[in-house]
Design a protein around this ligand. Sequence first.
Ligand SMILES: Nc1nc2[nH]cc(C(=O)O)c2c(=O)[nH]1
Ligand code: SF4
Ligand SMILES: [Mg+2]
Length: 248
Amino acid sequence: MPLTLATTTPGEPEIFASLQGEGPSMGQPSTFVRLSRCNLACQWCDTAYTWRFTGDNRPHRDALAFERSENQVAMEEAALAERIAALVPDRLVITGGEPLLQGAALARMLAVLDDLRPGMHVEMETNSTVAPHPALDARVNQYNVSPKLAHSGNPADLALLPERLAAWAAEPRAYFKFVIATPDDLDEVRALRETYAIPGARLFLMPEGRSSDVIRERSGWLADFCAANGLRFTDRLHIHLWGDTRGT
Ligand SMILES: Nc1nc2[nH]cc(C(=O)O)c2c(=O)[nH]1
Ligand code: SF4
Ligand SMILES: [Mg+2]
């Protein structure tokens, strides 16, 4: 079974070399692979082209509908591994959408990649709701886990799964990255942190924003909060550098 990737332009899979823009590895040169499909629907999602296809009327800020045929492309595992191996970075970031929905195929792809480029550092971005396939889990070095708060618009019974959150909190490879839009969101983070005993060293707060101006405005109060509460702050470096564009 091939993987389903997002596209940069119709037919062209979203595979690119860039700098990790968010979280513990911010600034690291990395190859990115963006998979299509998501099991959630965040109203501020900046990659709605991975899930909000024509006929999907779940609320989104832009109310855009994307043509599935233009925004998805199938790719065999071995072909994807070859594309990754041909790029310079020795780190790989797999994102989406929700990449763990395609865990078994990703594990097969990473097995091929390990033959072509042994020792690559593999980072997985995830929305926290899907348990990693065991064969995939064995090949991941780092999880960047982003549970979705109430302001995302997802019902909590879909977005915040107690069993999953407890498992990520206990997983030393997992770094939490909470997307924060308003100061009210911080109370929800505080409650989750207490409930699941998330260590501060593995908890990042990141401003929501798809433009440099919005991110900068929110960074002001969010960075102050992080400093006062002993939490880690992450910017969205790629938005400052390249704006909200595909393939960056
Ligand atoms: N440069 C860059 N860094 C990123 N870190 C997480 C990303 C994502 O879309 O998940 C992302 C992205 O799209 N670009
Ligand atoms: S979980 Fe991520 S990809 Fe899915 S809708 Fe939310 S922001 Fe978008
Ligand atoms: Mg992104």
